[in-house]
Design a protein around this ligand. Sequence first.
Ligand SMILES: Nc1ncnc2c1ncn2[C@@H]1O[C@H](COP(=O)(O)OP(=O)(O)O)[C@@H](O)[C@H]1O
Ligand SMILES: [Mg+2]
Length: 361
Amino acid sequence: MTNQYIEAIENNNIVSKTDINGIITFVNDEFCKISKFSRDELIGKNHNIVRHPDIPASHFKKLWTILLAKKTYKATVKNLAKDGSVFYVNTTIFPILDDSGDIIEFVAIRYDVTNATKLAEKLKHRDRVMYQQARLASMGEMIANIAHQWRQPLSELGILLYGMKKEFKNHEESKKFDIQHEKSKSLIKQMSQTIDDFRNFFSPNKPKEYFFISDIIDETMFILKDTFKNEKIEVDIVCDKSVKMFGYANEFSHVLINILNNAKDAFCHITTKSKHIQILVKERNSNIQIKITDNGTGISDKMINKVFEPYFSTKHASQGTGLGLYIVKMIVEDSMNGKIEVKNDNTGGVCFTITFPKESK
Ligand SMILES: Nc1ncnc2c1ncn2[C@@H]1O[C@H](COP(=O)(O)OP(=O)(O)O)[C@@H](O)[C@H]1O
Ligand SMILES: [Mg+2]
């Protein structure tokens, strides 16, 4: 009876036993199958042989606290197989006690939940991306509304000022007034230009088109220039006017805005040195390379590999979503067949290198 019972459990579960120190003393076939280790490679080893590096040490501390208190531990655990693949198991670990109530060993019974967990993660991820896209779309709508509401009063303001200019025509100070009128006119023009810029930026995708990179850089800088001027950040642009690209101009502008704003944020605590950003565009035989380098704080080695991950941010929640570079990478690599890389620059700051194939359809 007991044997049949054990057999039934073992056939349908992933089972292992360890001694009180966590050294493996038994594994069933299912355990070998999922972990891709042979029995010989497992017996006598510490159970952390299948530990996934993502699992923080605090998790194991909790596990040991529970087990040493002679309680049952239950969790869904992410593990690493011998071949580097990831598997998720719903795990229950029981301490086995002797007659006097001391722990002799631990028995762990698990079942594979890899597919369900991966699916759930994928859905969660897709939800977040969809949420972000919906947010961008509603932002686009909002901006289109503002643009619509402002266009009329802005042109009325232009007409009013023109009327005033006419009234003052024979006034002794009319020259002075004309100068003010010119300035007001250019402010109004700038305001409607800004509205157009934002509206274009958020407008729904158009088909891929040819555009001059330097035009888009100029347009983008037009949106950002006031903020950068206030923060005393100098942006140096080296780009041949003739460099043409095939892709989405709006998205490309989005990429620039994100990278430049991150550089701006990286300068926010710097007071001792002058703040520089360089945008360098080079045309090669088969590709176009865009390097954006700042002399800000740089990114620590531990974190530099994570900056393109969704929700990775070192900023306060009110300042960063951690989605900026994730979306940048998506635009560059998924929609425009390019590649984006990041490294620390020897000036102490960060350098992003974007490479686009010249003719990507
Ligand atoms: N130029 C930069 N200098 C220093 N750190 C940077 C730079 N660009 C990006 N980072 C780091 O990468 C993280 C992720 O950037 P991003 O995806 O745009 O998210 P967010 O800006 O919302 O934090 C930032 O929080 C920051 O730590
Ligand atoms: Mg950002």
